[in-house]
Ligand binder design. Structure first.
Ligand code: DGJ
Length: 546
């Protein structure tokens, strides 16, 4: 009896340990079609930056971390190169990954590791030398003219097994080395797919393409099982792209599955997106918006299909955020540009419920030259992102929670403002220019973008419209507001009897350890003309009706 009780207690103890460990692991949760990335058991907002492609070396890391500090990021996105990780077949070198994790901890940063494996921007350039030198064993694809192209074939078992082996070694090592969960997510491959051909036309691939589509694939895609129909019969004009996409996605899924079985961190695949309004030429095979349905069934071990957004047109950027935040997919922007007009889209991403956002190429390893020939200064490189993240870093957890609860709305300035127009000198609501209205339970916020009043006469006006605002409902009648080059004026949704102003209290402050600290109470000129954000401050605004 005693022995039985002992074993029962031991079992419960062990189960608790397993539960606690899995529970502490970063993971993604879903509620009412919204998502949160849980880190240390709480929603986490990735304020990230990605370093340049060749910056993840011990020799260059000293030029990466100081930039991260200036940016005020909480997460570094950084590659692990297969060629470095497995220099000889079956021999793994963990020194760089360990160095990255150790330095990230010293700098109080989390890490998203990017597995530069079989695919990097459609090529095989990060395969180790021992693989590149065996092109017959690990071949690239062949185009419709029979020419070899610079992209690995997804139909090769040897390549798949080699990638599985290396990725598994990486995940096994993370499991053992990274017990503090500094690494919160891993990107599997980088912009997989192909720019130069819609599929592989090698003899091997031709055979598979002309075979009947398997019943499993048809079932997965919700199609009726039709015997003996090949890809062209079933998918007609889309056959080649779907065929190739299916095989890239299933290849990557197998790599992801093997890694996840060892260490189940959230995994994602990034897409070189296509312009949804005007696709033109784009990289096929990756998770572009037209093939989500294929990726979702072919790659169930991938948690997120993530857009790399380098499209600057507002309409296109916003559409991509909307497409990649559909009900089955958490929105995460792992790459985007850092310069204007891009930083304002960080707010748009939050408005779509993003779990993270990270501009690309932000370190001091690479010198960038501007169009006029001058070297881009540190300030020009880092400040546009820092401007956003300085404000958000202290309250990143709060924002992630509010977003998970569906409490956040945002707006951005879409068009330039005539500097001669006076958009802000009157407290009379009739004369107030409204570009957007953000509506909450009981309150509307009329939003006007631009720099106001006399500031309109400032020299060095922004070349691009750069206004942005975020309003979050904290409690009934209480809101958190931040923004840049914007003014917001609250009003009760229901009509009241001509009363213009409804502030009970407007507090300027900042979050620290989950508490809002008040710096000052704003009143008089600072509120009577609306809540103005010439620089990004954080306001807690309590409203009432009389
Ligand atoms: C997208 C890729 O994913 C990045 O690694 C990088 O190559 C950028 N394009 C371009 O600099």
């Amino acid at each position: 009896m005693k022995l039985k009780t002992f074993f029962l207690t031991l079992t419960i103890f062990c189960l608790n340990i397993v539960y606690a460990q899995t529970n502490d692991l970063p993971h993604i949760v879903k509620k009412d079609n919204r998502y949160a990335l849980m880190v240390d058991g709480e929603p986490f907002l990735i304020l990230g930056a990605q370093c340049n492609n060749s910056s993840a070396w011990p020799a260059t890391l000293p030029d990466v971390f100081p930039a991260m500090k200036k940016l005020n990021v909480n997460t570094l996105e950084i590659p692990i190169y297969w060629e470095q990780f497995e220099p000889q077949e079956g021999i793994f070198d963990y020194s760089v990954v360990d160095e990255i994790i150790t330095r990230a901890r010293e700098n109080n940063l989390r890490v998203v590791l990017l597995w530069f494996g079989t695919w990097k921007n459609s090529s095989n350039h990060y395969m180790p030398e021992w693989m590149k030198l065996q092109p017959d064993k690990f071949p690239n694809m062949v185009n419709s003219k029979g020419e070899k192209i610079d992209s690995p074939s997804p139909h090769i078992e040897a390549t798949l097994q080699a990638d599985i082996k290396a990725f598994s070694a990486l995940m096994q090592h993370l499991k053992e080395f990274d017990t503090k969960h500094t690494v919160i997510m891993v990107q599997v491959e980088n912009e997989p797919g192909c720019w130069d051909s819609v599929r592989d036309y090698s003899k091997n691939a031709e055979k598979i393409f002309n075979k009947p589509v398997s019943a499993d694939i048809l079932k997965a895609l919700n199609l009726s099982p039709e015997s003996n129909k090949n890809w062209t019969d079933v998918f007609e004009k889309d056959a080649e792209e779907y065929f190739y996409t299916w095989h890239v996605a299933t290849f990557i899924n197998q790599v992801a599955k093997a890694g996840k079985e060892i260490y189940p961190l959230p995994l994602y695949v990034n897409a070189a997106v296509r312009n949804p309004f005007n696709p033109g030429v784009y990289e096929v095979g990756g998770p572009t918006d037209n093939v989500f349905h294929i990726w979702k069934v072919a790659a169930p071990n991938i948690d997120i299909l993530a857009p790399d957004i380098y499209e600057s047109e507002t309409k296109v950027y916003l559409k991509l955020l909307e497409l990649y935040s559909y009900s089955d997919n958490p929105l995460f922007v792992p790459e985007t540009k850092f310069e204007n007009p891009y930083p304002k889209f960080f707010y748009s991403a939050l408005g779509q419920g993003a779990i993270g956002y990270a501009p690309f190429g932000l370190d001091n390893v690479r010198v960038r030259i501007k169009e006029n020939g001058d070297v881009l200064t540190d300030e020009e490189l880092l400040e546009p992102t820092a401007l956003n993240f300085r404000t958000f870093k202290p309250m990143a957890r709060e924002i992630a929670k509010l977003n998970f609860d569906g409490k956040i709305k945002t707006a951005i300035q879409e068009s330039a403002i005539d500097p001669k127009s006076d958009r802000g000198s009157s407290s009379d609501r009739k004369n107030y220019i409204t570009d957007k209205t953000l509506s909450f339970d009981g309150w509307d916020f009329d939003v006007a973008f631009g720099i106001f009043g006399r500031l309109n006469r400032l020299k060095n006006q922004p070349e691009q419209p750069d206004g942005r605002i975020l309003v979050a409902e904290l409690n009934k009648n209480q809101f958190l507001i931040t923004g840049y080059h914007v003014r917001a004026l609250p009003r009760p949704t229901k009509k009241t009897n001509g009363c213009n102003w409804y502030y009970l209290k407007v507090e300027e402050g900042y979050y620290e350890n989950g508490e809002f600290n008040v710096k000052r109470i704003m009143n008089g000129d600072q509120t009577d003309w609306g809540l103005q954000f010439g620089t990004p401050t954080v306001l807690r605004v309590t409203l009432y009706t009389r």
